[in-house]
Design a binder for this molecule. Structure first.
Ligand SMILES: [Zn+2]
Length: 252
């Protein structure tokens, strides 16, 4: 098994037979510009790629019980609304969509959810959706995970040193480019990776957004220094830390 089972590849009979034990893994991404060199699906491809590495990794994780549901592809990436390619839900819509899907799973007798998120801006709305879905129920459990929360400052320092721009600027930059070079190299066009002019970040936000505060390339930091080898180190780190957490939370 080199990838997780897919909900949409199963019949209702398959789901009926396995739902008592099932851990539904919901990948969450974005449809968002990722600079000139990465595809708009980057955040989802990273979440799905990490999830699939849980299968067959020989780690303390009940991977045979994990089923990947259809993803949340459209989420909330409004800081990238100024670029072609970005498609969004409103934050309230996303929160309610997460609530509805989680409640749908619970209604069918699936008690365990792992939501694996690949896009920072969505996180508050995802948490709201899971809170709404679980708040009035007993016997159900959902955990939400941002992949970058498993990457320590020490590892970042070792891998990138002075080139590290900070997580806030990490959009289409060192970590995402490295992980995509490892997971989906056919979709990365490194020769087009040019951050261009990056305006100094403001310590506040302006609405409506002002174009002159945004980098024309869509990159908030440079990606040179990214590599597939680094991508593998980052993905392995997340998988190695996430697997025992799933085991611990959803042990039978
Ligand atoms: Zn991203």
């Amino acid at each position: 098994m080199d990838k997780l089972k897919r909900w949409t590849d199963m019949t209702w009979i398959d789901i009926n037979e396995t739902r008592g034990e099932m851990i539904a893994l919901i990948p969450c991404g974005s449809v968002e510009q990722h600079g000139p060199h990465l595809p708009t699906g980057t955040d989802l491809y990273i979440a799905q790629g990490i999830a699939d590495k849980l299968a067959g990794a020989g780690l303390p994780c009940p991977a045979e019980r994990l089923v990947m549901t259809p993803p949340f592809f459209h989420t909330y990436a409004k800081e990238s609304d100024a670029w072609p390619g970005t498609l969004n839900l409103d934050g309230a819509t996303l929160a309610l969509a997460v609530r509805d899907v989680a409640e749908g799973l619970f209604r069918q007798g699936i008690k365990n959810i792992v939501l694996l998120n690949g896009h920072m801006e969505s996180y508050a709305f995802i948490m709201e959706g899971l809170q709404l879905a679980t708040g009035d129920k007993s016997g159900v459990k959902a955990i939400s995970v941002n992949w970058w929360d498993f990457i320590s400052d020490g590892l970042i320092d070792k891998l990138f040193g002075d080139k590290w721009p900070g997580w806030v600027a990490e959009h289409a930059a060192l970590t995402e480019t490295s992980i995509m070079l490892y997971l989906r190299p056919e979709l990365v066009r490194m020769e087009l990776s040019e951050a261009g002019v990056i305006p100094a970040p403001l310590p506040y936000k302006i609405f409506p957004q002002k174009k002159e505060t945004l980098p024309p390339s869509g990159m908030f930091a440079r990606a040179d220094g990214a590599s597939a080898d680094i991508g593998k180190i980052l993905v392995d780190e997340v998988v190695n830390k996430l697997a025992p957490i799933i085991e611990e939370n959803f042990r039978n």
